[in-house]
Design a protein around this ligand. Structure first.
Ligand SMILES: Nc1ncnc2c1ncn2[C@@H]1O[C@H](COP(=O)(O)OP(=O)(O)OP(=O)(O)O)[C@@H](O)[C@H]1O
Ligand SMILES: [Mg+2]
Length: 408
């Protein structure tokens, strides 16, 4: 494969760095001190900075190593929090990058919705509230969703349905930050997501999945679980969401990369939720790879290096169905946890990771959708079997973790 070297990657994750290596890149990562040993063990160079999310820190780290952005052929990141910084640093150095304006459109919730609404696409009406202290609650029609501009995992994101809920939510949000906050019209319907690949503006791979519960339900004890859907299981939504995605990518000028798109569906109409230019969270990458034999991290790296996609023709779907979930446990101090072997022995479990250890305090699963005590990928013969197995594993794991009351 053609080499495009050297490559600067902002942040560290073994999966995209492995993909860059497979694409022939010599990689330098800008990372905090804790990540440097892992980076070096993976065969990449590390530049240590206090905060890789700061452009000043990135430029300073490079300068301390007698380097500049122009010393790299490409600057990229697979970490959603560093995408815009990587694109900006690429522009500073005249290196290959994703383009800061384009990247911002795939990152900033206000900018994205603004571009989509200007293009006439279906997405929530949105209002930027610069300061909650000066905010007049009577200006917005309820229900609304209040969220941080750069939120992730539904953290600090709430639905308000009446004036009392609005007052309480604004008071709680002010404890986090005065502003700016994004207020969106509430979109009814069930939430789905799409993982895929776009190159030269054409969608090369497109996989629709359903969430068992909308992500925002995580605040009320909801589960974070998902499963892929074949086209014949959701023909209308497949067609609607693909058209919506293609129109959205044109409006956002998103031509090349991998994407994770969220969509609401009320049975009639698909409404664009949001779209990120990155591999989906949780185990969406493994579910996609098991379903189509395509590694999304490889596709991300090929796009970042402007090399041809490895996808040839329409991806061929496995005869099996797949799903995944975040494992949760009761609140308290963990006394005992099922082993990995026990978890892998449950029906349909293909892969699992368990992060809980005895003595740890169970995390607050209600705070954000990415808070978990483990993750698993499951397979089944059809939609119903995968759904049963995913739900069954979640219940079994939860009920098998023994906890003692915290502080007891
Ligand atoms: N306008 C809306 N109407 C209805 N539900 C919404 C709306 N906006 C957000 N939500 C709910 O809140 C969740 C989190 O919101 P959003 O996806 O905007 O932020 P996020 O925290 O960035 O999530 P992610 O982890 O996908 O990056 C959504 O997945 C959805 O369940
Ligand atoms: Mg989201």
């Amino acid at each position: 494969m053609e080499k495009l070297n050297p490559v600067l990657h902002i942040g560290w994750d073994p999966r995209p760095i492995g993909a860059l290596h497979r694409a022939g890149a010599e990689v330098t990562c800008v990372v905090p001190a804790k990540d440097a040993p892992g980076v070096r063990a993976a065969g990449a160079a590390a530049i240590v900075v206090p905060d890789p999310g700061s452009v000043e820190d990135i430029l300073g780290g490079l300068a301390r190593n007698s380097l500049a952005p122009s010393d790299f052929a490409a600057v990229c990141s697979a970490n959603e929090f560093y995408l815009v910084q990587a694109a900006a640093v690429a522009e500073v150095g005249g290196a290959l990058g994703a383009g800061s304006t384009r990247t911002l459109a795939m990152r900033d919730k206000f900018v994205q919705k603004d571009l989509l609404r200007r293009a006439g696409l279906r997405t929530a009406g949105h209002t930027l509230v610069e300061s909650l202290e000066r905010f007049d609650p009577d200006t917005l029609a309820l229900p609304q969703v209040i969220k941080p501009l750069h939120g992730a995992g539904a953290m600090h994101t709430v639905v308000v349905r009446d004036p009392e809920e609005l007052r309480d939510a604004v008071a709680a949000a002010r404890q986090v930050a005065d502003g700016p906050w994004l207020f969106e019209d509430y979109v009814p319907g069930q939430e789905f997501f799409v993982d895929g690949v776009v190159r030269d503006g054409c969608v090369l791979a497109f996989s629709l999945s359903r969430y068992f519960q909308n992500m925002i339900e995580c605040h009320g004890g909801g589960v974070v679980a998902y499963q892929t859907l074949t086209e014949s299981e959701a023909p209308e939504l497949y067609a609607e969401s693909r058209t919506l995605a293609e129109s959205a990518f044109k409006a956002l000028d998103f031509q090349d990369g991998v994407f994770h798109l969220e969509v609401f569906w009320d049975g009639q109409e698909a409404v664009f939720g949001e779209c990120a230019a990155r591999v989906g969270g949780g185990r969406a990458d493994r579910v996609f790879e098991l379903t189509f034999g395509i590694n999304l991290h490889d596709e991300w790296a090929l796009a970042a290096l402007d090399l041809p996609s490895g996808i040839q023709g329409e991806p061929v779907r496995s005869a099996e169905c797949f799903g995944g979930l975040n494992l949760q446990c009761p609140q308290g101090v963990v006394v005992s946890v099922p082993t990995l072997e026990q978890t892998l022995a449950r029906p349909g479990v293909v892969e699992a990771d368990i992060y809980l250890v005895p003595g740890a305090v169970a995390p607050d699963f209600n705070s954000a959708s990415h808070i978990r005590s483990g993750q698993a990928v499951l397979t089944g013969a059809d939609l119903r079997q995968v759904a049963e197995r995913v739900t069954g594993l979640g219940t079994w794991f939860h009920d098998s973790v023994e906890v003692a009351p915290a502080g007891g």
